[in-house]
Design a protein around this ligand. Structure first.
Ligand code: ATP
Ligand code: MG
Length: 464
């Protein structure tokens, strides 16, 4: 596939010269931007392998663009164009993270050689990242770089080698199922069965015979002996999904299995020893259920030997980029489509969503995006953004219906005023009008907060 280069220079002739020099010699397409700001907009919408950028430009200069690129596209390789003989700025560019520099005016051979080298480096970086991601995926399938997820990975590694019962808790769609599978896959039982049981979908009176099996004649339809899921999971793992929803009878029977490591099929007089590792999960608050007499406390303690709590996606938004890339790659492969890239605009918006349905909701939106998208990049208009933006406007304090008829500036000012009055007002009332403490809570310094309060005429006296 040919490489995509962005040439940034306020001198239009220079960008054209770069295009004319490079395109016939290297398998690449050179796009042009005539200011750093224009480059930023283009970078938001398209994916590049390399940026060639002049240092001295009116307005935002090349160093500032370099900084912007370092923090927003850390894997993007950058080569700077420097004025001939200006070694100082060349050194500064390298120090700030540029890969190389090319003095102007340049020799054709020199620039072709340097750009080829920079493109090779860019490809290598991409390949490394892909391999790293693949390795991580193979080991766990669970993706996450955030601190809370790193803690979860540590817990998984810790419990995988033993036989202890694990209780996985977390909101719907946070990856409880995947966590249970990862524990099994990393355990010495990995070559034996992993049997998931979705407890609430099996009616209570059938669940018992499903789990423990039955003897011929145990009930009207029991025409032959049948083994239960516990026996099927022998030497493997049984995953009791949504255990918070099972009734008291099964709780009592499961408690016995946990205590005695044996099961009694329905209608049988004898018990059978089983060697099964139990992993359970729930999105319910079991402590509350215990308080409401809906869940046995002794059963809870037996289950909760090693708890793993999965954090909701909104508490680990730094995982959204890796997770989204992983999910897009996974589904493109599944749908037999070429791999797609996520544009920065889309990624920014994904990171701002509250995601009440967690990773499953993110996955659904990305799958729809893949289906709509026509080329190799997921753009804003490919995404089912009505859903996303509706959710956004449902956020408290972001109801724009009262201002849509106003001109933009006035509308923005009005919303800003309302937001500041609500937000800072809430902070001040929590601190009884103490500005220093309110500022600390807002992670701002006192002076900055005071300035905003002055601008929007927020009177601290009202809260004292
Ligand atoms: N950390 C993760 N890395 C990669 N994929 C994930 C991760 N967490 C969740 N997923 C994906 O999100 C979807 C939902 O995950 P999963 O079924 O494990 O969640 P759950 O907590 O069991 O949800 P529920 O409570 O609704 O049963 C799955 O398709 C899963 O592959
Ligand atoms: Mg689940």
């Amino acid at each position: 596939m040919s490489s995509h280069i962005l040439a940034v220079d306020d001198e239009k002739d220079m960008t054209r010269l770069l295009q004319r020099t490079l395109e016939p010699e290297i398998d690449c397409k050179v796009s042009m931007a005539f200011s750093a700001k224009m480059a930023m907009t283009i970078l938001d919408q398209q994916v590049f392998d390399l940026v060639i950028c002049d240092i001295r430009m009116p307005g935002m200069d090349g160093f500032e663009l370099l900084e912007h690129i370092r923090s927003n596209y850390p894997d993007l390789t950058m080569v700077m164009l420097t004025a001939f003989g200006n070694i100082e700025s060349a050194v500064k560019a390298i120090k700030k993270g540029a890969y190389d520099f090319i003095p102007k005016p340049f020799e054709q051979d020199e620039i072709i050689f340097k750009i080829k080298k920079a493109l090779e480096r860019s490809l290598l970086l991409k390949e490394n990242k892909r391999l790293l991601r693949e390795k991580q995926t193979r080991a766990f399938e669970l993706i996450g770089r955030s601190e809370p997820m790193q803690r979860v990975f540590d817990q998984i590694s810790l419990v995988a080698s033993s036989d202890v019962t694990v209780l996985i808790t977390g909101e719907s769609g946070t990856g409880k199922d995947l966590t249970a599978r990862s524990i099994h896959a990393l355990s010495p039982r990995k070559n034996n069965a992993f049997i998931p049981v979705n407890c609430p979908t099996i009616p209570e009176h059938i669940l018992e015979s499903e789990l423990f099996g039955y003897k011929k004649g145990a009930f009207t339809n029991a025409v032959r002996d049948r083994e239960g899921l516990f026996q099927a999971a022998d030497r493997g793992t049984i995953f009791l999904d949504e255990i918070g929803d099972i009734g008291p009878l099964i709780q009592t029977k499961l408690l016995r299995v946990l205590q005695e490591k044996e099961v009694k099929p329905l209608g049988d007089t004898k018990v059978k020893k089983v060697d099964v590792r139990i992993i359970a999960s729930t999105n319910r608050n079991l402590k509350q259920k215990i308080a409401d007499n809906e869940f046995r406390q002794d059963f809870f303690y037996r289950l909760n030997v090693l708890p793993i709590e999965l954090p909701p996606l909104r508490d680990r938004i730094t995982d959204i980029p890796v997770l989204s890339e992983h999910l897009v790659a996974k589904h493109c492969k599944k749908m037999k489509k070429e791999p797609k890239i996520i544009s920065k605009e889309v990624m920014d918006l994904l990171m701002k969503q509250p995601w009440p349905g967690n990773v499953r909701e993110l996955e659904n939106i990305l799958v729809q995006g893949i289906l709509y998208s026509k080329n190799d990049t997921l753009l804003l208009h490919d995404m089912p953004l009505e859903n996303v933006s509706m959710k956004k406007s449902n956020l408290p304090g972001f109801d724009t219906s009262s201002v849509v008829s106003l001109p933009y500036k006035e509308a923005k000012e009005k919303i800003l005023r309302e937001f500041n009055h609500d937000y800072i007002g809430a902070r001040l009332s929590m601190t009884n009008g103490n500005i220093t403490r309110a500022a600390r809570q807002c992670h701002m310094d006192r002076q900055a907060l005071q300035q905003i309060m002055k601008r929007f005429s927020i009177d601290p006296e009202l809260f004292r």
